[in-house]
Design a protein around this ligand. Structure first.
Ligand code: BDR
Ligand code: CA
Length: 317
């Protein structure tokens, strides 16, 4: 039986790659996309989710629109320098012919989990706002979800939105601290591994050789992302952040995982959005904020070549 997943997404170039990687993997059954601000506004994220499914010929998959703003503060704004004004490398796709469903992202998540207990895995690859809102509306989803596999955070290394914080967590640290603290199994596929999962320009050129609509779309949008990595990081390749969460679901043995209690800095200082694991014992008084917190599975190592090859194979196959 394929594993049922809901992808919570802000598409986003690497989000599009992750969604298509999942759609082309027989181990996974994508039962819905829920949308959130981040790389783009929630409105554009919703439009892009619908467009991506239309390109894939999978408009049977429902799209539920999520929150427009983080739980505590207003959204700081999209990042066109990374993903384009349209979030899809400035290819400016035609409007979708389909529509989002009437339920909000949080309502959809709750309904799916509560009607299929133990079966649904949440895969947030954007800020964690919708997931925190769903928990607030129906805390029992924590008992009934199968797992939550998140692309976001940085346990041991630096951030990318700021020197402290990774972009998805930085966009809504208050929501992230709620999600990492709920009594459910969370796995964090963060920058500690995704910074090492690099598709080279040569890998990306392969998409242009593959003859189906999903690969053709990826071939159209990734040059913009590659240009960003060349200019900003001097790299001849891109980090495939969001796809790494999909790879974890399909092939967890490619990842090394540590189980640590984790807190998110939700203060307003320079550390805002940093994910802090407690690496040792938590019985010292100074570690009280980590005590009574569940252990999060934090990915700290990855066989990156195999992850890249897995994604390319799925797109070719
Ligand atoms: C995350 O931020 C976004 O720009 C990407 O889509 C990914 O989800 C990486 O930090
Ligand atoms: Ca994303």
């Amino acid at each position: 039986m394929p594993r049922k997943i809901i992808i919570d997404t802000d598409p986003g170039i690497d989000d599009a790659m992750a969604i298509y990687f999942a759609l082309r993997s027989p181990e996974l059954d994508v039962i819905g996309l829920t949308t959130v601000f981040g790389n783009v506004t929630t409105e554009l994220a919703t439009t892009n989710a619908l467009r991506l499914l239309e390109i894939a010929g999978r408009s049977d998959i429902p799209v539920a629109r999520g929150a427009d703003d983080p739980v505590a503060l207003p959204f700081g704004g999209p990042v066109p320098v990374v993903h384009g004004e349209d979030g899809q490398g400035d290819v400016f796709l035609p409007p979708p012919t389909t529509h989002a469903i009437d339920q909000s992202a949080a309502q959809f998540i709750i309904e799916q989990i509560m009607t299929q207990p133990g079966e649904v895995t949440l895969v947030p690859i954007g800020p964690l706002t919708n997931i925190a809102l769903a928990l607030r509306l129906e805390p029992r989803i924590a008992q009934h979800v199968r797992e939550v596999v998140i692309m976001g955070g940085n346990a041991l290394g630096p951030g990318n939105a700021t020197p402290s914080a990774e972009a998805n967590i930085h966009n809504d640290p208050e929501a992230a601290d709620v999600v990492f603290g709920a009594p459910w199994q969370v796995t964090m596929v963060g920058l500690d591994v995704t910074n090492n999962v690099i598709m080279s320009a040569a890998h990306l050129a392969e998409y242009g050789q593959i003859d189906h609509p999903m690969a053709r779309h990826i071939a159209r949008i990734t040059p913009y992302y590659l240009e960003f990595y060349r200019k900003r990081h001097g790299m001849d390749g891109i980090c495939v952040h969001d796809s790494s969460a999909i790879a974890y679901l399909i092939a967890p043995s490619l990842f090394t995982v540590k189980a640590w209690p984790l807190r998110v800095d939700a203060g307003e200082g320079i550390g805002r959005g940093k994910t802090w694991p407690a690496l040792g014992e938590v019985d010292r008084p100074s570690l009280a904020p980590w005590r009574a917190r569940p252990r999060v599975n934090v990915c700290v190592g990855v066989q990156s070549d195999k992850v890249v090859e897995l994604e390319l194979a799925r797109m070719r196959g």
